[in-house]
Ligand binder design. Structure first.
Ligand code: M6R
Length: 598
């Protein structure tokens, strides 16, 4: 979804336009269809273009020596199609104020009608353009820049992160409500952005703005006030992400790099949480959370698949547990009370549907817990408890290493909260990083992808713990290859999907030597009889070789963890199919990394 960057600084070697351009390129992963920059100089200069950043780069000035401060934006269209006019920043009638906005202004039509009746002229179809005009009106009525900004924001209903620059001023004004915004401070200037990687190359010192707070960032220092205008004492935190983590490190795509980072990110996730000698798990930050009587997981997309996996683990340990799609979570129809633990699983911590579900649960007085990758994210700050998955920045839109770290985190969570664990469970978790490394070293998923790249569709089947990973395998394939893919609990095959199976639809089957093996082999024979090529992902090639054209091998592990390993092979197949088709792997069409609207 939209990305915001802002900068004002003192360092003569740091050009405002360069800092903004770099920031925008770091925000590209969020998804966008147009981009723009505004710099406050003696006037306000705006450069914006539909399309990719390369188009914007061509429009930018070679020199912007007069620039005092600036804001930039990558837009993911909601109100009005992608176009130069609808791209942000937007300005007031006189071009003295420029603003960027992430979110949705629900009452924009009413505000626009009111402003147009007052003689304001609009250039775009966006909801966002009301903001500079509201500021302009307040300025015309004698308000100072800061006060005009606050008055304008006071009229908005909806969700927003907004930043503004004024002609001839070196400050950037910003605020947020239910949309992310973080400030960065260093000796050479101050920054703001939707996400830390946008300015991580300059500073790792951050301030997380709270909903309803207003920030004025100056070349040296920041000022944060609450909604009533009182100064707020903010704390500067250090993020432990390395700028190198947010780069491609020689890989063609972030997705591939992130797949290969999984051994390291899982090690990081496990660090300090396993007690191998006692055969137990301790998540220090959740030490005071009692054994729940009922758990609801709320999540979207890949995080929902991790939640399905986790729900099974909790149920097995005797806790009544359901995984809900966050967009479908409706407390009117779901039994929930103060004893219910509602767990939001969200990589970004900013997904609007998940935040809504968590806020509803908070409102009812249920216990809430966030499992997230992003320190200081909205979900982390708004729930009673937080567990970080410690995967490091994930830039590819397709969730890969974060899915693995979510599964590992949730497996640990199920043991830590129920007290049910064993040495074997802990040892198997400990072995996962090396086992994933061995899959990455030996996989021939690229050859399998090559063979099936022109298939009509791809199907993924699994049972038990393998079923959520079958869904995830299909999601990964469709989002980056744009090919039809579906995942099923294997038992469902003959209740409908089997009608789709032909010799041009490879079926990826997750089989390991557990109690489901016979049934999985039965399913494999069903699709084989319809001519479909079978690719088995298994720890036991002897078991499946007779029926599968290919076996993607995984090491033996605890039966609850084999889908974590199998998923690595599926990630690689999807990556190589998409690569062979020349797709935009890191930024698939129509998708955004962080979905901040419901
Ligand atoms: O940030 P979240 O985990 O809340 O995001 C939820 C989904 O949008 C996300 O998992 C999405 O399905 C993946 N990026 C797909 O790879």
């Amino acid at each position: 979804m939209c990305g915001i960057i802002g900068y004002t600084g003192t360092q003569t070697n740091r050009n405002v336009v360069d800092v903004l351009s770099n920031g925008l390129s770091r925000l590209e992963y969020r998804g966008y269809d147009s981009a723009g920059i505004a710099v406050a100089d003696p006037t306000v200069s705006v450069y914006k273009r539909e399309g990719k950043l390369a188009a914007l780069e061509e429009a930018l000035p070679d020199e912007a020596d007069d620039a005092l401060a600036g804001i930039g934006h990558t837009r993911w269209s909601t109100h009005g199609p992608p176009s130069d006019e609808n791209a942000h920043p937007h300005t007031d009638c006189d071009g003295k104020v420029a603003t960027v906005h992430n979110g949705i202004i629900q009452n924009y039509q009413e505000l626009r009608d009111e402003l147009e009746a007052n003689g304001h002229e609009f250039d775009s179809e966006t909801d966002s353009e009301v903001i500079p005009h509201l500021i302009e009106r307040a300025l015309d009525q004698g308000a100072s820049a800061g006060s005009a900004f606050r008055q304008a924001i006071g009229r908005l209903e909806g969700s927003y992160a907004v930043a503004a620059v004024f002609h001839g001023r070196e400050e950037v004004y910003a605020t947020r409500y239910q949309s992310p915004l973080v400030l960065g401070v260093d000796d050479g200037g101050t920054m703001l952005a939707s996400d830390v990687p946008a300015f991580l190359e300059y500073t790792d010192q951050v301030v997380y703005l709270e909903d309803g707070q207003f920030a004025k960032i100056r070349p040296i220092g920041i000022e944060v006030r609450d909604g009533r205008g009182a100064l707020v004492d903010v704390s500067v935190e250090t993020v432990d992400w390395d700028p190198e983590d947010a780069g491609k490190s020689g890989y063609d795509h972030y997705m591939l790099k992130e797949i290969y980072e999984q051994p390291r990110s899982i090690r990081e996730c496990l660090r300090g949480r396993l007690r191998p000698l006692e055969g137990s798990i301790l998540i220090e930050e959740l030490d005071d959370v009692p054994r729940p009587t009922e758990v609801h997981f709320v999540a979207c997309g890949t995080s929902y698949h991790a939640s399905l996996y986790a729900a099974r683990l909790f149920r097995e340990r005797g806790v009544r547990t359901t995984a809900f799609l966050a967009s479908e979570y409706d407390v009117e129809t779901v039994p929930i009370d103060e004893e219910t633990l509602v767990v939001g699983v969200t990589q970004s911590g900013e997904t609007a549907d998940t935040l809504r579900a968590l806020r509803t649960a908070n409102g009812i007085g249920a216990q809430t817990l966030t499992v997230t990758n992003v320190v200081g994210s909205s979900a982390a700050r708004e729930t009673d408890h937080t567990m970080y998955i410690r995967a490091g920045p994930e830039i590819g839109v397709a969730a890969t290493k974060t899915f693995a770290s979510q599964q590992v985190s949730l497996a640990m969570l199920s043991s830590a909260l129920t007290g049910e664990c064993s040495r074997e469970f802990v040892e198997s978790l400990r072995a996962l990083p090396d086992q994933i490394q061995s899959i990455l070293d030996d996989s021939h998923a690229d050859a399998v992808a090559e063979e099936f790249v022109h298939s009509d569709a791809y199907f993924f089947i699994g049972r038990d713990y393998g079923a959520p990973v079958a869904l995830e395998g299909a999601l990964k394939m469709k989002e980056i290859s744009y090919k039809h893919a579906e995942g099923f609990a294997a038992g469902e095959l003959k209740h409908g999907p089997l009608a789709l199976v032909t010799e041009r639809t490879p079926v990826f089957a997750l089989v390991n030597g557990d109690s489901n093996t016979e049934k999985m082999l039965g399913n494999i024979k069903e699709v084989e009889a319809r001519g479909a090529p079978v690719v088995a992902v298994s720890d036991d090639p002897d078991l499946v070789e007779a029926h599968a054209e290919h076996v993607l091998r995984i090491p033996e592990t605890h039966w609850r963890f084999y889908p974590i390993l199998a998923n690595v092979q599926l990630q690689l197949v999807s990556y190589w199919v998409a690569h062979r088709l020349g797709r935009s792997i890191d930024k698939p069409r129509n998708l955004a990394k962080s979905v901040t609207v419901e």
